[in-house]
Design a binder for this molecule. Structure first.
Ligand SMILES: NC(=O)c1ccc[n+]([C@@H]2O[C@H](COP(=O)([O-])OP(=O)(O)OC[C@H]3O[C@@H](n4cnc5c(N)ncnc54)[C@H](OP(=O)(O)O)[C@@H]3O)[C@@H](O)[C@H]2O)c1
Length: 371
């Protein structure tokens, strides 16, 4: 592939199986039980979903194109199948990217998180592979900062931030960044040993924040800001865990935060994590659920690397150095990628919602100070 016309491919997979099947095969979605969709997803071959065009660098004016590819495995199918089978399916999709002529391929959602987070896939691939997690980390931390600024109740430097899924690639690297920005970081996970290792690595040098670990999700009540990044594949954050006026940034796909939170907690804001505005008149020719012009940060990482001609396995595995997070954020900003306006369940947060949560946060703060 010529360097004058660099191309990328990005791999996605079904997240909400019934909705995804309905989009492409409406008649099939009506008759197929969900269990069958999970099973059949494993038998389907990888496929090209669409051509992506119109990504235009603000730095160079260059336009690049790419392809959206589907690795047809649902999260449940990935979790319940042998790892070898899942790797094989992802590698088959990478082969499709190679045949199309892509210079680099990005792994989306669980294709990046499963097993060793891209290492086996990258070894088998003939083109560079990246998970997109470095840029995702930069974006989610910026989203939390913006939310703190817009609420205007707790100064960011004085905030407590809880990270759910702190032993994962995104959770761990985000906690690393946050430890130099805020007052307290609460690492939440299910394995005490894994959490201790993350905390030890974070505190190996002096930090602004105190770092604590817990396996108890009920301790979310202590945090006005929460980042959730697990691969639970189901709701792990329930309404009763949250303090009034808190902000939860849910980057997980499928979502970590129960829909009951939106229904029953008007005093809490659940934000969609890891969403950016792509520079130029981008058209994905495929509806993956975001408003026009927006993309997931993991997709954007592959685009940024293509604009930079950095055809290398940029982010692979669960140990993401902060330097890489900062570097990809700088490169993204240079080309005009920016954090999208903050959204909840796919819609921009309205002024009235900010106001309601701000009020709840102020009240919570006053009653804490009165104690
Ligand atoms: N919006 C975006 O642009 C974007 C980009 C990339 C990824 N994502 C999403 O972000 C999430 C995290 O990705 P990642 O790459 O960081 O994944 P990862 O490295 O595999 O980490 C997953 C984390 O989830 C935890 N976990 C797994 N199952 C759990 C359960 N049943 N209950 C509670 N915790 C559980 C793991 O804990 P253990 O260590 O104990 O296993 C680990 O801490 C995924 O949902 C992915 O789809 C979104």
């Amino acid at each position: 592939m010529s360097r004058q016309d660099p191309r990328f491919a990005f791999i996605i997979h079904p997240i909400d199986p019934r909705a995804d099947v309905r989009r492409r095969y409406p008649w099939l979605a009506k008759v197929l039980p969900e269990g069958w969709i999970h099973y059949l997803s494993g038998l389907w071959p990888p496929l090209k979903l669409s051509d992506i065009e119109g990504i235009e660098s603000q730095a160079t004016g260059e336009r690049i194109r790419g392809w959206l590819l589907a690795c047809p495995l649902t999260p449940q199918r990935m979790r319940t199948s042998a790892l070898d089978f899942v790797y094989r399916k992802i590698i088959q999709t990478v082969r499709l990217a190679e045949r199309l002529g892509a210079d680099i391929v990005g792994l989306g959602a669980w294709t990046a998180a499963i097993g060793d987070a891209g290492e086996t896939v990258a070894r088998a691939a003939r083109i560079p592979v990246t998970t997109g997690d470095a840029y995702t980390v930069a974006v989610v931390v910026e989203q939390l900062r913006q939310a703190a600024r817009l609420l205007g109740v707790t100064p960011w430097e004085a905030a407590t931030v809880a990270v759910v899924g702190a032993t994962g690639a995104i959770g761990r690297a985000a906690a690393d960044l946050l430890a130099d920005q805020v007052a307290r970081v609460l690492l939440i996970g299910r394995r005490p040993r894994g959490l201790q290792q993350v905390a030890q690595a974070l505190t190996a040098r002096p930090r602004r924040a105190t770092v604590e670990v817990t396996t108890d999700l009920q301790r979310l009540i202590e945090a006005p800001f929460i980042l959730s990044a697990t691969t639970a594949g189901r709701a792990v954050i329930q309404p009763e865990y949250l303090q009034p006026g808190s902000v939860v940034l849910d980057v997980a796909l499928p979502r970590d935060v129960s829909l009951r939170v939106q229904r029953h907690r008007q005093d809490v804001l659940v934000l969609d994590g890891g969403i950016v505005r792509v520079p130029g008149p981008v058209n994905f020719h495929f509806n993956f659920g975001l408003p026009r012009g927006l993309a997931y940060a993991c997709m954007a990482e592959t685009m940024i690397l293509t604009l930079e001609r950095r055809f290398e396995c940029y982010t692979i595995g669960r140990n993401i150095p902060v330097d890489k997070v900062n570097e990809i954020a700088r490169m993204g900003a240079r080309h005009g990628f920016e954090v999208a306006p903050l959204m909840t369940l796919g819609r921009r947060v309205r002024a009235a919602q900010w106001e309601r949560v701000r009020h709840a946060a102020q009240q919570a703060r006053s009653s804490k100070e009165a104690l």
